[in-house]
Design a protein around this ligand. Structure first.
Ligand code: PNS
Length: 158
């Protein structure tokens, strides 16, 4: 039984995130998707809203669970007894930051981080851009799962 943890801000979850979850659901016996609660950031959606949105999007995989945490990722990984951390990589621009975090986490607890390359056609996608486009009235329907599109439209009052 091998398990992984996919951590992230998920503010909001995008089709890029869901692509990584789908790939992991097909590889690992158990997948924990975890929303990070960061008191120094002001997210568009609260921790609970982001968790609920993820729950609505992962219902088709019975080996995927959704949780949230604050504090160190390695501590949460130990608490959940996962074998590896998984992060999605869109492009080389993600690489510097991700390799640094993976090496710090390795230093802290020895945990392995594995990277999943996202679908090339979703490589330009980010939660920040989705929020910007949504706030300015652009069409975000192809970029995020249905429940997220509905939540964004409600949030931006459109
Ligand atoms: O979706 P994001 O914002 O790229 O995710 C970043 C995340 C949540 C993986 C990272 O900020 C994180 O691990 N936060 C928890 C705090 C922590 O452990 N920091 C040290 C990381 S080396």
């Amino acid at each position: 039984m091998i398990s992984c943890l996919i951590p992230g801000s998920f503010d909001p979850p995008t089709k890029g995130h869901l692509d990584v979850v789908e790939r992991c659901a097909g590889i690992f016996d158990r997948v924990v998707v975890a929303v990070v609660s960061n008191p120094s950031k002001a997210p568009l959606f609260t921790d609970d809203e982001r968790k609920d949105l993820l729950l609505e999007c992962v219902g088709q995989w019975d080996n995927v669970e959704v949780d949230s945490f604050s504090g160190l990722l390695v501590d949460f990984a130990a608490k959940k007894s996962v074998d590896v951390i998984v992060k999605g990589l869109r492009a080389m621009t993600d690489f510097d930051y991700e390799i640094q975090m993976s090496q710090m986490n390795r230093h802290l607890s020895g945990i392995v981080t594995m990277f999943v390359a996202t679908k090339p056609e979703l490589g330009y996608l980010s939660s920040s851009l989705v929020k910007q486009v949504g706030a300015l009235g652009g069409n975000i329907d192809a970029l995020v799962p249905g429940p997220v599109a509905a939540a964004l439209k409600e949030r931006f009052n459109r």
